[in-house]
Design a protein around this ligand. Sequence first.
Ligand SMILES: *[C@@H]1O[C@H](CO)[C@@H](O)[C@H](O)[C@H]1NC(C)=O
Ligand SMILES: *[C@@H]1O[C@H](CO)[C@@H](O)[C@H](O)[C@H]1NC(C)=O
Ligand SMILES: *[C@@H]1O[C@H](CO)[C@@H](O)[C@H](O)[C@H]1NC(C)=O
Ligand SMILES: *[C@@H]1O[C@H](CO)[C@@H](O)[C@H](O)[C@H]1NC(C)=O
Ligand SMILES: *[C@@H]1O[C@H](CO)[C@@H](O)[C@H](O)[C@H]1NC(C)=O
Ligand SMILES: *[C@@H]1O[C@H](CO)[C@@H](O)[C@H](O)[C@H]1NC(C)=O
Ligand SMILES: *[C@@H]1O[C@H](CO)[C@@H](O)[C@H](O)[C@H]1NC(C)=O
Length: 495
Amino acid sequence: MRGRPPRGRLAVGATAALLAVAALGAALAWNQIFDAALSAQMVMSPTSRTFREWVEPTIPLYFDVYLFNWTNADQFPEEIPNLQEVGPYRFREQRRHVNVSWHPHNGSVSYRTQRSWHFDETSNGTLEDNITTLNIIAASAVYRSRDWGFIRQKGLAMGLAMFGHHVSISKLATELLFEGYDDPLLDLAKNLPASATGGAPPVDKFGLFYGRNNSLDTDGYMEVSTGAGGAAGSLPGQILKWNYEDHLPFYSGQCSKLSGSAGEFMRRDLSEQSGLELFLPDLCRTVLLEHTGSGVHDSLAYNKYELTESSFDNSSSSPENSCFCNGECAWGGVMNVSSCRYGSPSFLSLPHFLHGDPRLLELVTGLEPDPDKHSFYFAVEPKLGVPLEVSARFQLNIWIEPTQNIELFEKVPKMLFPIFWVEQKVYVEERVLSELRIVRAILDWGGAVCAGVTLFFTVLAVKVLCCKKKPKYSRPSEVISEKPKEEEMLKLNPL
Ligand SMILES: *[C@@H]1O[C@H](CO)[C@@H](O)[C@H](O)[C@H]1NC(C)=O
Ligand SMILES: *[C@@H]1O[C@H](CO)[C@@H](O)[C@H](O)[C@H]1NC(C)=O
Ligand SMILES: *[C@@H]1O[C@H](CO)[C@@H](O)[C@H](O)[C@H]1NC(C)=O
Ligand SMILES: *[C@@H]1O[C@H](CO)[C@@H](O)[C@H](O)[C@H]1NC(C)=O
Ligand SMILES: *[C@@H]1O[C@H](CO)[C@@H](O)[C@H](O)[C@H]1NC(C)=O
Ligand SMILES: *[C@@H]1O[C@H](CO)[C@@H](O)[C@H](O)[C@H]1NC(C)=O
Ligand SMILES: *[C@@H]1O[C@H](CO)[C@@H](O)[C@H](O)[C@H]1NC(C)=O
């Protein structure tokens, strides 16, 4: 028994020294360790928590639609259109990811998004509101006839007159939005060859969101990385394929590149310079959001990334955007999405032409761009890459221009006619925020805690190894004498 205390002490000392070294290593490599652990957590797999929350999100989502009511349509084109914003018509959105299939060998998962909308009573207006807007069916038919010969254009002009079409149309909000309305031109289009309708599937009704409720085709087929190595490295949720293509067929060159986050998972360690790359199926393209500010939200730091003047600019200052014009780069701040909407004259912009060409605003009255109400941004916790607040907004506009052989559109100005804008805001719930605060605290303080532990074990090792001669020191008995104390405390706090 005599020889044991020194050997025991030696063992304790050696262990303490080893632990000190390990803790030092952890302190120095804390960020890497944390990153590896987080990556493992974020990987999407059929059993992971991220996946369960992703497949059927429980966060309440709202889809707010603002329509532009054209109040002086009878005086067109003598008077410039006066647009009165009405709404929001608010819909609760339920989102599900369906047809999920895993491709472990290339580290990806494919799915479709099914969304359903339910009218919400907090709307400012009812679905029975009478709204006057541009006759989009006629405008689309005229746009499509641009390269037709005289005879066919005259034929279209006669058809429009015969069916009683005007430049404007008055419909109930519900018909304009999801329910759709009948039009004889649609029946006519059904009998035309696909080449004359831009390959659009024949429809029996027209509505701005007609056919989208519960549809599997609204956002299309997506294939994204799972974050388990493979195609996009360790980042989950990066787009790899859209509608079975690994590039965008609508644009050429640099603009046809398919990349960026599909909206749910961002890259970690976002810097202010990097910007945020997002793939937006509604725009049929990837956009780069720019860092425009930073702040603190509920004691979590965030970086704000926004669509700015240069996002859709196609002037000489942003030549990288010109391959998105697909023709005339007529106005900055708008995006020609015609080719991904079956050739309809659709142009997307920010609401009220925010950051758009000032000439667009001269052709209508009633619009008042306001960055607070109309910007498009993601506020992201930069270290973890988790969005805290999202405000996704854009406006649909229809291109019209003077068309010689069609009386209805003979005297119209060349302009983009605003039809509606939508807003989707997402705030992260308090439950998630507090979890993020904990993770952030572990990230921030983990290194310091490890350093503290290093110090503790170093001191312990030094004490144990260097103070052998003190006869009164007896660590085992100390440990034993402390044990009851702990038991007492446990009894006092019966958790
Ligand atoms: C839209 O404008 C028309 C004509 O000015 C008006 O009769 C109608 O009440 C307006 N609708 C709404 C919802 O304000
Ligand atoms: C509701 O809509 C009317 C116009 O239709 C507008 O004047 C009013 O400000 C809106 N209210 C809210 C809370 O948005
Ligand atoms: C995709 O999901 C929908 C709805 O869950 C289902 O009706 C359909 O059969 C699925 N399609 C495939 C190819 O699995
Ligand atoms: C991944 O594998 C699936 C087949 O398992 C294939 O359909 C898909 O195109 C692949 N994705 C990529 C990006 O290569
Ligand atoms: C969408 O479809 C659901 C049924 O799945 C229905 O209850 C809802 O009213 C529809 N929404 C709209 C806006 O028509
Ligand atoms: C809607 O308003 C227009 C004129 O502003 C009118 O001609 C039309 O009859 C109205 N429609 C309904 C359903 O009330
Ligand atoms: C918009 O894009 C389409 C198809 O890519 C193109 O044919 C059309 O000329 C463009 N429109 C304008 C006004 O530039």
